[in-house]
Ligand binder design. Structure first.
Ligand SMILES: [Mg+2]
Length: 276
């Protein structure tokens, strides 16, 4: 046969899947970072904020394991304990992590400016709102309660602990597809502040939008970010945009407040028969 015929979805976007920390709440994704620092301090091997943030987006146990795999941390661990960190250390630190994180989540659960307006606009367009997170279910109970009190209630929330593997695997996104009953996957848009979160959406066959300023890539609270001069902000902004673009995000913007033009563009691309 000389010609091949391809089927393309040309309908509207049907769902947006939002990350939590650094995307809709906790500007700067501060809550997990401070607890990882505390946990390693208790284990006798203090880490920097940068080391604590490096694997952000992963399941929190995997995150601790990935910190122990950083060469800088391994060498300090060997110096402190006379041996490299092992799986038992990761298990102990994760057990330490859970109650510490539960204790402080509410301190950082304020919604990121623009979240409610954007959600309302997306709902007005008939889109469903799903969500994924590296937090465990018991942590999300706190975030869901705090979000609801501020007026944000997604239609679905899937935690890393609900699926066989967290990011960058696509399973949390695909569970949202099932729960929300939206189809096809290219009608879904994943929005996230981390590289593994963008990869999660791409692996699920979805469009992706990276958020550069409100999340882990800059890693500053809103007050800290606003306190920087434009010349101090610029290199941080450029680095964050580059990293999320290099991860394959279809669009990168500052925060959730800026995503609506990206949704318009994605819908125009869908209408042309383009795929993520
Ligand atoms: Mg995040």
């Amino acid at each position: 046969m000389t010609f091949v015929y391809q089927r393309r979805y040309r309908g509207p976007a049907r769902a947006v899947l939002l990350d939590w920390a650094g995307t809709t709440m906790d500007f700067g994704c501060v809550a997990p970072a401070v607890v990882f620092v505390k946990v390693f301090e208790r284990a006798g091997v203090p880490i920097t904020m940068q080391e604590a943030r490096a694997p952000m987006g992963a399941h929190k146990r995997v995150h601790i394991q990935k910190i122990t795999e950083l060469e800088s941390v391994r060498s300090r661990w060997r110096a402190a304990h006379g041996r490299p960190p092992d799986d038992g250390d990761v298990t102990r630190m994760f057990a330490d992590f859970v109650p510490l994180q539960l204790d402080c989540l509410s301190e950082y659960s304020q919604l990121i400016p623009g979240t409610l307006d954007v959600i309302a606009a997306l709902r007005a367009r008939g889109m469903k709102i799903g969500s994924t997170t590296g937090y465990l279910r018991e942590m999300m109970a706190i975030n869901l309660r705090d979000a609801k009190q501020q007026g944000y209630e997604p239609d679905a929330t899937v935690c890393a602990s609900d699926v066989p593997a967290g990011r960058p695997y696509p399973f949390m996104c695909l569970q949202n597809v099932i729960t929300l009953q939206v189809s096809p996957v290219e009608a879904c848009i994943k929005i996230d502040d981390t590289v593994p979160g963008v990869e999660e959406g791409l692996n699920a066959g979805m469009w992706t939008i990276g958020l550069a300023i409100s999340g882990n890539e800059v890693g500053l609270s809103l007050a800290e970010w606003n306190a920087l001069s434009a010349s101090e902000q610029q290199p941080r902004r450029e680095r964050a945009y580059d990293r999320l673009r290099m991860a394959g995000a279809h669009h990168v913007v500052d925060t959730i407040a800026d995503v609506l033009p990206c949704i318009d563009d994605i819908e125009a691309r869908l209408a042309r028969g383009e795929r993520p």
